[in-house]
Ligand binder design. Structure first.
Ligand code: 5GP
Length: 199
């Protein structure tokens, strides 16, 4: 069985990663890694679907048990990727997508250098501010903190393998799909296939 690929998606809060992933799921089969977090659920968010919601003590235990592929602090809360499900999905041949911030993406690059990292950028700073504010899920103070963090995150964009600009969801999904397809055409994956068929 061919192992699935690991795709790491980062980008500032409010850039539209969740919407893009929802649309991408209509076009590509993948396993979306549900993260562990200590932040409170937003209205409509379900435990085990959007996040695994934990207390700080529970999260600390996950770290101590080495159960997380990566973890980071983000605007006063902890977020981490449960390693077990990622490995299981990849073993079963499925592509895996992580939606994680840049520090966590850096950790994944260390432990899984083959991971493909994609940075999602907004079309402009004003648009990012507008999206974050209109989403209405955060207090003014949290929005300020998320925007400050976004400024730092832009600095890391150049270290990613790809940058997708979310001008429209449709275009961003097309680009993301193209990246996923292209990554499966790399010689490391294709060479065994041609060697077998050319015998
Ligand atoms: P939000 O609170 O808006 O759902 O997420 C805040 C930030 O945390 C986003 O940039 C998101 O990509 C990131 N994030 C979500 N899950 C994880 C995770 O498991 N690990 C890390 N490092 N970041 C995460």
């Amino acid at each position: 069985m061919k192992r699935g690929k690991l795709f790491v998606l980062s980008g500032p809060s409010g850039v539209g990663k969740s919407t893009i992933l929802k649309d991408l799921a209509q076009r590509q089969e993948f396993y979306f890694s549900v993260s562990a977090t200590t932040r409170d659920p937003r209205p409509g968010e379900e435990n085990g679907v959007h996040y695994h919601f934990h207390t700080a003590e529970e999260f600390q235990k996950l770290i101590e048990e080495n159960a997380l592929l990566e973890w980071a602090e983000y605007v006063g809360n902890y977020y981490g990727t449960p390693a077990k499900y990622v490995d299981e999905a990849m073993e079963s041949g499925r592509n895996v997508i992580l939606d994680i911030e840049v520090q966590g993406a850096g950790q994944v690059k260390e432990s899984r250098p083959e991971a493909v990292r994609i940075f999602i950028a907004p079309p402009s700073w004003e648009e990012l501010e507008r999206r974050l504010t209109e989403r209405g899920t955060d207090t003014a103070e949290k929005i300020e903190k998320r925007l400050a963090r976004a400024k730092e995150e832009f600095e890391s964009a150049k270290n990613y393998d790809y940058i997708v600009v979310n001008t429209t969801v449709k275009a961003a999904v097309c680009e993301l799909e193209a990246i996923m397809i292209a990554e499966h055409c790399r010689p490391a994956e294709r060479i065994a296939m041609i060697e077998n068929t050319m015998k």
